[in-house]
Design a protein around this ligand. Structure first.
Ligand code: GMT
Length: 385
């Protein structure tokens, strides 16, 4: 592998969510190794440290002309990609989440022509499972993904969905690079003693598919049998409904809303069980971060979650919406200190052995080198269907 420094553009969401975390961590690791990394987003993602050497940030400003029907982020993103691509002489654009980022990259490439950077598309979740399943958006999403030079996905499950739901041709290579966690930052900070401290935690962007109301109901099932507290980290469209439910169930005294400002590692280190009862999840980065802190996970048995959480070893999985079973699983963990300690150790060990940051970033770098070194243009990619 050549040691040449790369010039990388990274397009991602700034919103509270795993794709922005993964994009930030890869970019910062590459920058620490001496590569130049330019981030493009509406604002800096929460975990991006702009004081890191070799990092620059380029705000994508919404269009602001009187004739606009609606400001178009994809167009503004493409314009920023063109400008940054030229100024920084980018070798590669790594776009996280297909829409609008892969579309912006496609447009930018058309404009930049021979000088255009290569494009790596990392699929993350609902770009495949929601947009891929939506007849109105699936053709556009498929086109934008196939127009890139390489595709990655964080789980085997999501790669399979990309073939099935998004309709990528089977000959399209998708590198599965599992999401990862910084195990130095997300570590076991102290021994958990479930008998004394019973804190359930959930971290998400409070979208309907996260089923945060289920989190509250699972907690209610636990709280009815033993003293416990619920810590909710994040914010999003369901927040008000969740707050209303907490009040109507008389749980307000035992539930704390941290919002988006909390130090996620600290909150997790203070937790006994992590809850993720989502309707769908390509990976579940929050579950992995909890495991790295030695916190067993109770989650739904969907999507890529079984690739992260081993049922009966690092936590428990149950069918989506089976709140009774999930409450029972949590109670088991909180009333059996030996089981809790065993699962806590297994969770941490699994994060350390399979989901470390450094090897994952190395795998991304290999893909970068492969793509940048490849002479093949996008025209050699499989025909668009
Ligand atoms: O796909 C989404 O809905 C948003 C995205 C995000 O920005 O957090 O979440 C997805 O990507 C994460 C990082 O790869 C995964 O950990 C999440 O499981 C995944 N969400 C879903 O699949 C619902």
């Amino acid at each position: 592998m050549s040691a040449a420094r790369l010039r990388i553009g990274v397009a991602c969401f700034s919103t509270f969510g795993g794709s922005g975390v993964i994009a930030s961590e890869i970019g910062m690791s590459m920058a620490r190794q001496g590569h130049r990394v330019a981030f493009l987003s509406d604002k800096p993602p929460a975990r991006l440290d702009l004081s890191c050497p070799n990092i620059s940030f380029h705000a994508v400003a919404a269009l602001n002309y009187p004739v606009r029907a609606q400001s178009s982020y994809a167009v503004a993103l493409a314009a920023e990609m063109i400008e940054v691509g030229q100024k920084e002489h980018l070798d590669l654009l790594h776009v996280h989440y297909a829409v609008p980022h892969a579309i912006g990259a496609y447009l930018a490439r058309q404009v930049l022509g021979a000088a255009a950077p290569k494009v790596l598309v990392t699929l993350h979740g609902t770009d495949v499972t929601r947009l891929g399943a939506d007849p109105k958006f699936s053709s556009l999403t498929r086109f934008a993904v196939l127009a890139g030079d390489a595709v990655t996905a964080p789980s085997h499950w999501l790669a399979e969905q990309a073939y099935r739901q998004l309709g990528l041709p089977r000959e399209t290579n998708i590198d599965v690079i599992p999401n990862f966690v910084d195990t130095h930052r997300f570590r076991v900070a102290r021994m958990k003693s479930p008998a004394g401290r019973q804190i359930l935690t959930h971290v998400s962007n409070f979208r309907p598919l996260k089923r945060v109301e289920d989190v509250v109901r699972i907690f209610a099932g636990v709280r009815s049998e033993m003293p416990a507290r619920l810590h909710l980290v994040g914010d999003g469209p369901e927040r008000l409904r969740v707050e209303a439910l907490v009040h109507s169930l008389g749980l307000a005294g035992d539930v704390r809303f941290f919002g988006e400002g909390a130090d996620v590692a600290e909150v997790l280190q203070d937790s006994d069980v992590f809850l993720l009862p989502s309707e769908t999840e390509s990976f579940g980065l929050g579950a992995l971060e909890a495991m790295a802190c030695g916190v067993p996970v109770v989650a739904s048995n969907v999507g890529g979650l079984p690739e992260v959480v081993l049922d009966g070893e690092t936590g428990f999985l149950a069918p989506v919406g089976d709140l009774e079973e999930m409450s029972k699983q949590v109670r088991r963990l909180l009333t059996d200190p030996d089981l809790h300690a065993r699962m806590s150790r297994a969770a941490r060990a699994r994060a350390e052995v399979h989901f470390q940051l450094e090897p994952a970033v190395e795998r991304y770098e290999l893909v970068y080198r492969r793509v940048v070194g490849a002479s093949a243009s996008s025209s050699s990619r499989p025909a668009l269907s």
